[in-house]
Each structure stands twice: as structure tokens, then as C-alpha cells.
Write a protein that binds this ligand. Structure first.
Ligand code: S3P
Length: 184
């Protein structure tokens, strides 16, 4: 795989996995930009994820999410370092999985026990339309495992700081392939 391709890192995983916190810090370390796919949808739509779910349903959200992902992937191929956080359900769409595969960008699966993910989500003041009672959350998490597991690496985030997770990603992918200076 070429050096250029490793300059984009995709973070995948369920709600509460820490994709946004890790993505922001990692992007800073790599002197790159952080992109949150959900934020792109929100900006393009001019309304929140919760509103999109309410007004267009989950399928309406998924089609917007797919369109934003396709557009983003085409832009990323010609831009510098970037770390992208994908929403927890972005891999549910076969066309998204195919586009991500074609891109060749490494996917990192951030994970934690489902009880920990649920606790983290419950403690965050974020509107997540698919955050319901624990049993539903757990079933959704289980149903998505095969998609997340297709990532190049899985990182367990329980009991780790954001900085520790970033370090692990950097050493897994190799700092030099990420476009950073050797002594960075
Ligand atoms: C979703 C996860 C959310 C967001 C939307 C749907 C999901 O993103 O895309 O609420 O289907 O798991 P985060 O994983 O960043 O919470």
C-alpha cells in the first residue's frame, strides 16, 4: 500500500467508542484535519441528526450519510493528512463498505465492552436517536460486529486514555507512514 494512502485514517466503532475524542487528538498529532462524518451531514442539511431521524426516518439519514461519505472519500484522495470518524452505523450500508474498501484507507475499530459503551453514551449529553434501552443497544452492537471486524486493527479502549489510544494507533500504523516527522 502506498505511503499516500496511509495519510488518511478511518475510525470505526459503535456509539461511545471514543471515535471523536481520539480522532481530534490524533489529527492534531498528525498535523492533519479531523473530519466527523455526522458533522458533514449536519452542515449539509442544516439540521441535527436527531431532527433528520425525526423528519426523514433512519433511511433518510442513511442515504444522506452515504452521500456525504462518497463525497468525502473523493475529496480525501487528493488532500493531506486526515482522521475521519464514521458514525456507528456507517458500515451497515453495503455501498459504504464497498466504497471504504475501494479507498484503501486503513480502518481502525475502536471497541470496549458493550456495558462500557452504554455507560459512556448515557453520561454524554449528546442526542443519539438510536440510544435506547440497554437490551436494544446490546443487540444493535452485536448485529454490527462483523462489519466492524473487517477493520485492519481493533483497539480495546476500556481503561485507556485518549492519548494512549492515539499512541497505539500510531505505533500500529507506523508513524512514518502517517506523514509525521520521525521525531514527532
Ligand atoms: C449512529 C451513530 C451516531 C450517528 C447516528 C446513528 C448509529 O454516531 O451517526 O446517531 O447508527 O450507531 P456516533 O457513533 O458518532 O455516535
Amino acid at each position: 500500500m502506498s505511503r499516500q494512502r496511509h495519510r488518511v485514517i478511518l475510525l470505526v466503532g459503535f456509539m461511545g467508542a471514543g471515535k471523536t475524542s481520539v480522532g481530534k487528538m490524533l489529527a492534531e498529532q498528525l498535523h492533519g484535519r479531523f473530519v466527523d462524518l455526522d458533522d458533514l451531514v449536519v452542515v449539509q442539511e442544516g439540521r441535527s441528526i436527531a431532527q433528520i431521524f425525526e423528519e426523514a426516518g433512519e433511511s433518510g439519514f442513511r442515504s444522506r450519510e452515504s452521500a456525504a461519505l462518497q463525497q468525502l472519500l473523493s475529496e480525501l484522495t487528493s488532500s493531506g493528512n486526515a482522521v475521519v470518524a464514521l458514525g456507528g452505523g456507517a458500515l451497515s450500508q453495503p455501498e459504504n463498505r464497498a466504497a471504504l474498501e475501494r479507498s484503501g484507507f486503513p480502518r481502525i475499530f475502536l471497541d470496549a465492552p458493550v456495558e462500557v459503551l452504554f455507560r459512556r453514551c448515557a453520561s454524554q449529553n449528546l442526542q443519539r436517536p438510536l440510544l435506547k434501552e440497554f437490551s436494544t443497544f446490546r443487540d444493535l452492537y452485536s448485529s454490527r460486529q462483523s462489519h466492524y471486524s473487517s477493520a485492519a486493527f481493533r483497539i480495546e479502549t476500556e481503561n485507556k486514555s485518549v492519548a494512549e489510544v492515539c499512541n497505539q494507533i500510531r505505533s500500529l500504523l507506523g508513524a512514518e507512514t502517517l506523514g509525521t516527522k520521525e521525531n514527532d
